[in-house]
Ligand binder design. Structure first.
Ligand code: HEM
Ligand code: HEM
Length: 161
């Protein structure tokens, strides 16, 4: 993977678009759980939010694949290396785990919804809180860099370089 000075406009656009799409998933997830229950009991359910959840989730998956291709072909900047080496490793692994979950969460959802595999639904429900936990850790670290260390890290995800 090539090391770059900053992220490209495409990489930045994908990053923030994904953030918005994940918020949609957070709010449409309950409707999905209700639909799975209704299906099992042979009852009717509202398809508006199930369609939204499925479609948005697939877009997240496509963007994650595109993002991995951009990482491999164009490269990404190194995470800041001037801090504690253990925190540098934590940042690198958090990025990797986030990317892996942006693939595995929609895939498990698709297997549950499209494939009717009940265990995939259970896996989805385990991976989702893991994804949200890592997002919180990641966002807190970004804000810590920006406002406590004051190294203007957020600029990297705002201005293409
Ligand atoms: C859905 C939520 C989020 C996900 C899945 C996510 C994921 C990622 C990933 C995988 C990277 C590594 C670069 C890449 O491959 O594109 C990254 C970088 C970054 N993210 Fe996020 N992010 C999220 C939300 C946020 C939020 C809320 C903030 C700000 C508060 C933020 C700030 C940053 C910054 C500043 C970088 C660059 C860090 C560096 O270059 O070392 N992210 N993000
Ligand atoms: C990054 C993408 C996705 C996120 C963040 C996400 C998030 C969520 C959330 C928050 C829930 C509520 C349950 C819980 O809190 O554990 C949920 C449930 C569910 N989602 Fe997703 N989802 C995503 C993609 C998908 C996709 C692409 C599908 C397939 C159509 C899908 C199908 C389902 C199903 C079937 C449930 C109910 C699971 C059950 O009750 O067994 N999800 N999702």
């Amino acid at each position: 993977m090539k090391t770059r000075v900053g992220y490209s406009s495409m990489q930045i656009a994908i990053h923030w678009a994904t953030v918005i799409l994940i918020v949609v998933q957070l709010f449409s997830g309950d409707a999905m759980e209700a639909a799975v229950r209704a299906l099992a009991e042979g009852k009717a359910y509202d398809i508006t939010f199930t369609r939204l959840h499925a479609l948005t989730g697939v877009v997240v998956l496509v963007l994650a694949v595109l993002r991995l291709m951009l990482r491999a072909l164009r490269g990404v900047p190194d995470v800041p290396r001037d801090g504690d080496p253990r925190l540098v490793k934590l940042a690198e692994w958090t990025h990797r785990a986030l990317l892996a979950l942006l693939i595995l969460v929609p895939l498990s959802g698709l297997a549950a919804w499209g494939g009717g595999i009940a265990v995939a639904g259970d896996i989805h429900q385990v991976l989702v809180p893991l994804l949200f936990g890592l997002i919180l850790l990641h966002a807190a670290a970004a804000l810590y860099h920006q406002y406590v260390i004051k190294d203007n890290l957020l600029r990297r995800m705002m201005k293409p370089e």
